[in-house]
Design a protein around this ligand. Structure first.
Ligand SMILES: [Mn+2]
Length: 481
């Protein structure tokens, strides 16, 4: 592609000459003839001329297919040069904006003015071009400093505990592996442990396929370790059992009330493994295929494959780990979603549930494990025309209700709080929510004699709130007279 760079400063010229690939056939146009000669002598295709005259650009053989880059001048308006270059027939014109002390608002206003005059003009900003890679590099060295500090701090410990939350999920386990890798430890000197082990079938499948050992520890064991680290969880989770740790790495919102020698908490990250990918990259540690596979699977599962709370850093970590991981293994772990006992509950919900007004409601009765309930709620949300699912079941003495929602108008978390927070714990996000209510309290509130009425009760309460909401939305939409 032919490119004409209209420049004032030698630094910009030399930089462009170096960064543009040979497929860009670049000619430089400058105002100062001595500069043009110097560039020419240095082997660059450069010419001099009056930048405000159309004939200068005609002579430079500008056509609609030429990419024209115009370097902003510190003291002069770019308008005359732009007018001349468009008159000469250019169509692909970029103004390369230089840092000039204008704030963002003033810059936007100037762009607007110029674009009104030259609708085809595009803008490139030098600070924006230089910024991202520079900031990336500098934050990587900040991370490097941080990681090297905790590596040294853990170095002389005989035994290390990497503590995970109860019923560890892929992100917790993969973070454990990654941290052990960073601390250059083996499973005998750095134990990955949890107070309650893994139970969910797809997580057990990950444990088996990747041969991950999560040891069950008790609070009494903590004293037997020289250092304690926590990943994907913070000490408050353990309700006063641990008030001091050596290292916390987590992507949940920061919690007060504990002391940690080192902490790296980034609530805007989609997974803890994303943070740990940055740690591993910063210190150039070899990532084994097993660890990369676990971490990649963790990022996928914590972000629901980028459907939930993922951002550029998660995608960046994902693409970094992807070539290091075993993709076939990940497919195998994902296949673990469907198990016979899950299908059993799906079938139960299908037999006993009902769908109307885009709402699916089912009661599973006594459920052997709580995670069957959200599983079934997720499952039925895939059904054509279903926008809400309310799936309930009894776990011990509690009624657990999982709510899922496809629509964008209504918040599932708010809805369960409105319906059930007076008799139990209720909360969640826009798309998923949960309530846990003592069965007796639920029966008391709704005067129920039998369990069979539970589903109908939840259904009519939910439909009522959703209908009320639909009415208020309609009122908001109707034009005022
Ligand atoms: Mn997580």
């Amino acid at each position: 592609m032919r490119c004409l760079a209209v420049c004032h400063s030698e630094l910009v010229i030399r930089t462009l000459a170096q960064v543009l690939p040979p497929s860009f056939d670049v000619d430089f146009l400058v105002e100062s003839r001595p500069l043009a000669k110097r560039l020419h002598d240095a082997g660059l295709a450069a010419a001099g001329g009056d930048l405000r005259k159309t004939e200068t650009y005609v002579r430079a053989d500008v056509s609609p297919g030429t990419c024209v880059l115009i370097e902003d001048h510190a003291r002069r308006s770019p308008a005359p040069a732009l007018e001349a270059v468009f008159d000469a027939g250019a169509a692909l014109v970029y103004l390369l904006e230089m840092p000039d002390g204008r704030d963002d608002g003033a810059r936007a206003a100037r762009q607007e003015r110029l674009r009104n005059k030259f609708p085809e003009l595009s803008f490139l900003s030098l600070p924006e071009l230089v910024g991202p890679p520079l900031v990336n590099e500098l934050s990587r060295s900040m991370t490097r400093g941080r990681v090297q500090q905790y590596q040294r701090y853990f170095n002389d410990a005989n035994r290390i505990l990497i503590l995970l939350h109860n019923d560890p999920d892929p992100d917790a386990m993969a973070s454990g592996l990654a941290l052990r890798n960073l601390l250059r430890r083996t499973k005998t000197t750095a134990i990955i442990g949890a107070l309650q082990g893994v139970t969910r079938p797809e997580n057990l499948r990950m444990v088996n396929l990747l041969d991950i050992q999560v040891e069950t520890v008790t609070p009494q064991d903590f004293g037997g370790f020289d250092r304690v680290a926590m990943v994907d969880v913070q000490p408050h989770y353990f309700g006063g059992l641990v008030d001091r740790v050596d290292l916390v790495i987590d992507h949940h919102p920061p919690q007060p009330g504990y002391s940690a020698v080192f902490r790296d908490i980034r609530p805007d990250y989609g997974s803890t493994c994303t943070i740990l990918t940055e740690h591993l990259r910063a210190v150039d540690v070899n990532i084994s295929e097993r660890t990369a596979t676990a971490m990649l699977y963790a990022i996928k599962s914590d972000t629901l494959f980028f459907n939930r709370q993922a951002n550029a850093v998660d995608i960046e970590a994902f693409s970094y780990l992807y070539p290091l991981a075993d993709a076939a293994m990940i497919r195998k772990m994902e296949g673990a979603e469907l198990t016979l006992d899950r299908l059993e509950y799906v079938a139960r919900a299908y037999r006993t549930g009902c769908a109307s007004e885009q709402v699916f409601c089912a009661f599973l009765g006594a459920v052997s494990r709580e995670d069957f309930i959200p599983y079934v709620a997720d499952f039925f949300l895939q059904v054509e025309d279903v926008k809400w699912t309310f799936v309930s079941g009894v776990v011990g003495d509690n009624l657990v209700i999982a709510v899922r929602n496809l629509g964008y108008a209504r918040n599932a978390g708010e809805l369960v709080r409105k319906l059930f927070s007076d008799i139990g714990s209720a909360g969640g996000h826009r798309a998923m929510a949960k309530a846990v209510i003592p069965v007796e309290a639920f029966r008391g509130k709704y005067h129920l004699l039998s369990d069979d009425a539970i589903n109908l009760t939840i259904r009519s309460a939910a439909l009522q709130v959703l209908r009320e909401h639909a009415v208020t939305e309609k009122k908001k939409d109707s034009p005022r007279t």
